[in-house]
Design a protein around this ligand. Structure first.
Ligand SMILES: *[C@@H]1O[C@H](CO)[C@@H](O)[C@H](O)[C@H]1NC(C)=O
Ligand SMILES: *[C@@H]1O[C@H](CO)[C@@H](O)[C@H](O)[C@H]1NC(C)=O
Ligand SMILES: *[C@@H]1O[C@H](CO)[C@@H](O)[C@H](O)[C@H]1NC(C)=O
Ligand SMILES: *[C@@H]1O[C@H](CO)[C@@H](O)[C@H](O)[C@H]1NC(C)=O
Ligand SMILES: *[C@@H]1O[C@H](CO)[C@@H](O)[C@H](O)[C@H]1NC(C)=O
Length: 342
């Protein structure tokens, strides 16, 4: 179905590239002349009439969106304000709202605009000046991106019931663990949360059991609670580099869970190698204060069938050298192709 080509293309790009501006699309001009039902500042390709392209044209405001539009591109403008009424003709049908790289503040998002969009699938609102997350009341939301704002608040309960939400990108904001208490609860399709470079002191409470990826590098996390990962039976990628973790903040066995494939604890204050599970493949511990190689935390037992799946282990920037590797480590670490000491 040709008219859907642009969003499908963009979804493919977003899966492969994974960048913030991954809603890339063909230039509108390629689709021929603009249809009649279009805001005059924008382009609505005649053969893709549900999309309105208003990006990169120094707009200071959001034009009134005509009925029939489902995909709205407003990125790379100078928009400061969303005035009441602009979405009135598309409150139920608008699916994508792209507002990245503008100057929008919460005070200037009028009531009766985003809070009326009941059919939105994606809200991309990165690189603006929001201090509180702006969440549409859409049960169909599958992607939320609000990175590089100044978010310190997240309205409680605002994501409740969003059963199709799969990823939340909130990196480079000022969110605390408290601000996020319980907001991800019950979102049973949520697989990825990115909270890199925020102000977390611990993992947000109530993350759903569907979660596979949690990125929390560059925060102030000093401890993990004993039960935290037990509630996340699918968690495979956990990144907590550049935090304040010490041995005392890591209860025995907290990372000894079979689902983890990658664990990044680099640039913390650990003095020993934490207990990990045999299934872990990538362990990053560089730049800590580790001074002993505790093989028993990697393999409790070694034997023909008892060995670690570790492939990559980074220990550079610690008080360890190759000579600290125990003599009997080769059985346990038989799959490790890369153990880096310096
Ligand atoms: C909004 O819808 C009303 C009623 O269908 C119509 O009269 C009006 O022209 C529409 N406005 C726009 C900008 O599409
Ligand atoms: C969630 O996604 C499924 C599959 O794409 C779809 O059938 C369903 O209608 C969606 N739910 C909502 C509330 O949009
Ligand atoms: C990890 O947990 C398993 C049981 O789930 C246990 O047998 C094993 O000894 C633990 N590993 C370490 C390194 O403590
Ligand atoms: C691992 O080693 C322990 C202790 O020697 C043993 O009880 C267990 O059966 C072994 N597991 C496998 C899969 O070899
Ligand atoms: C580094 O390791 C050496 C040898 O194990 C030990 O003598 C020294 O005290 C350690 N230094 C620190 C800062 O832990």
């Amino acid at each position: 179905m040709f008219p859907l080509r642009v969003p499908i293309f963009a979804v493919l790009v977003s899966l492969t590239v994974g960048q913030y501006d991954d809603y890339d699309y063909q230039p509108a001009s390629q689709y021929g002349p603009s249809s009649a039902n279009c805001a005059q500042e924008c382009e609505c390709p005649i053969n893709f009439p549900t999309a309105m392209y208003c990006d990169s044209r120094n707009l200071k405001f959001v034009p009134i969106v005509p009925s029939g539009i489902k995909y709205l591109y407003l990125q790379n403008n100078l928009i400061e304000e969303i005035k009441a009424g602009v979405f009135d003709n598309v409150t139920a049908e608008l699916r994508w709202l792209v507002l990245d790289h503008n100057q929008i503040t919460n005070e200037k998002v009028a009531k009766g605009t985003i809070d009326k969009l009941t059919g939105l699938h994606k809200i991309l609102f990165s690189f603006n000046k929001l201090t509180e997350a702006v969440i549409p009341p859409s049960k169909s939301l599958d992607e939320l991106k609000m990175m590089n704002n100044q978010l310190s608040k997240f309205p409680a309960g605002s994501l409740a019931g969003m059963q199709n939400l799969t990823s939340v990108h909130l990196q480079n904001n000022e969110l605390t663990s408290k601000a996020l208490n319980g907001v991800f609860k019950g979102l049973n399709k949520l697989v990825a949360i990115d909270l890199t470079n925020n102000k977390l002191k611990k993992l947000p409470s109530g993350m759903p059991s569907s979660l596979e990826t949690f990125y929390g590098d560059h925060n102030d996390i000093s401890s993990i609670a004993a039960g935290d990962l037990k509630e996340l039976p699918k968690l495979a990628y956990l990144r907590l580099a550049y935090n304040q973790m010490t041995d005392a903040g890591i209860p025995a066995g907290v990372f000894n869970v079979t689902s983890l494939i990658e664990l990044d604890l680099s640039y913390n204050k650990l003095q020993s190698i934490p207990e990990i599970n045999e299934q872990l493949e990538h362990l990053y511990l560089q730049v800590n204060e580790i001074n002993k190689f505790h093989l028993e935390n990697i393999c409790k037992f070694s034997g023909p069938l008892n060995y670690s799946r570790l492939k990559h282990l980074r220990l550079d920037g610690n008080n360890l050298t190759h000579a600290d590797l125990p003599h009997d480590s080769s059985n346990c670490l038989r799959q490790a192709s890369d153990i880096i000491f310096d």
